[in-house]
Ligand binder design. Structure first.
Ligand SMILES: C[S@@+](CC[C@H](N)C(=O)[O-])C[C@H]1O[C@@H](n2cnc3c(N)ncnc32)[C@H](O)[C@@H]1O
Length: 276
């Protein structure tokens, strides 16, 4: 099994510090985890980011994917906050100027193939296999579900799909993660880090006892949280219950070594074996 180079952790420490200076909503542990997904390819294919905002995650993906030997990452965003769940642009009409300047300051402009449009507009133009699909765009259920439906057919065997804000207040990511990823025998490894829910795709469905019980347990706990989320409890006993249910869902930072060891080895080895 390939491991990351010795200087990887040091590089990520620095990368996270740099990315913290870019306005965005990814926490430190989420940035570390996203770096790992970009740095360690589990399948051949491209990285596609849906939802760039001012470039925090774009910079992480563009930089960390150098470890994987990728020459570029793809990103799509109209940069106009078209959805009710988008971050506030503080009166500005577009995040374009900040996005471009952040990419330039961090020296990754040439490493990002950017499509300024919605993911739905990109879908009919898209024709590449994907090794990492990072969904952080329209967080409504319709928007997140459309992203999953339109792009998951492009996942390579062994690829990773990751959604942001699964444990946040939005309807889309939690429902798509629970129903379409945890509910599918094609996602053979699943987990959460912070509010990022991820799954490793397998072309052949797998239904072993251990995979099924992990998926089912997570699904059960997430469903309880989803039911509470509709109430959006801000205080009192319901608030503590909400916090408790959220805490029951494992979402701590995983070490790169542990994460790599937990991947579906058959697909990783196959990919490595193909000389890719
Ligand atoms: C939460 S922000 C993304 C944050 C970003 N990943 C980061 O690390 O800072 C959501 C972004 O999704 C974009 N967006 C909303 N609907 C979209 C769609 N249908 N396709 C692509 N991007 C979309 C918004 O313009 C907004 O910039």
């Amino acid at each position: 099994m390939r491991m990351l180079p010795d200087n990887y952790e040091q590089y990520v420490d620095q990368l996270v510090k740099e990315a913290e200076g870019v306005e965005g909503h990814l926490s430190i542990r989420e940035m570390r985890f996203l770096s790992l997904l970009a740095a360690y390819p589990t399948a051949p294919g491209s990285i596609l980011e849906i939802g760039s905002f001012k470039g925090r995650s774009t910079i992480i993906l563009a930089k960390a994917s150098k470890f994987a030997g990728d020459s570029a990452v793809y990103a799509v965003d109209p940069l106009t906050s078209p959805s009710a769940t988008d971050p506030d642009l503080g009166g500005a009409l577009s995040a374009k100027a900040d996005f471009e300047s952040n990419l330039s300051i961090h020296g990754v402009t040439d490493r990002v193939r950017f499509h300024r449009m919605t993911s739905q507009e990109l879908a009919p133009l898209w024709s590449s296999k994907i090794r990492l699909l990072w969904i952080d765009g329209d967080h409504t259920y319709g928007g997140t579900k459309a992203d999953f439906d339109l792009f998951h057919p492009w996942l390579e065997d062994g690829a990773i799909i990751a959604l942001h804000d699964v444990l946040n207040i939005f309807d889309g990511p939690i429902r798509v993660f629970s129903e379409d990823i945890l509910g599918s025998p094609h996602f053979v490894r699943v987990g959460l880090c912070g509010s990022i829910g991820w799954g490793q795709y397998s072309r052949a469905p797998q239904k072993t006892f251990s995979i099924d019980s992990t998926r089912r347990l997570l699904q059960k706990r997430i469903l309880k949280l989803r039911n509470m989320m509709n109430l959006r409890p801000q205080k009192g006993i319901s608030h503590f219950r909400y916090k408790f249910l959220r805490w029951q869902i494992p979402h701590e930072l995983i070490s790169p070594k542990e994460w790599i060891a937990g991947l579906a080895q058959s697909s990783v080895e196959q990919y490595r074996g193909s000389g890719a």
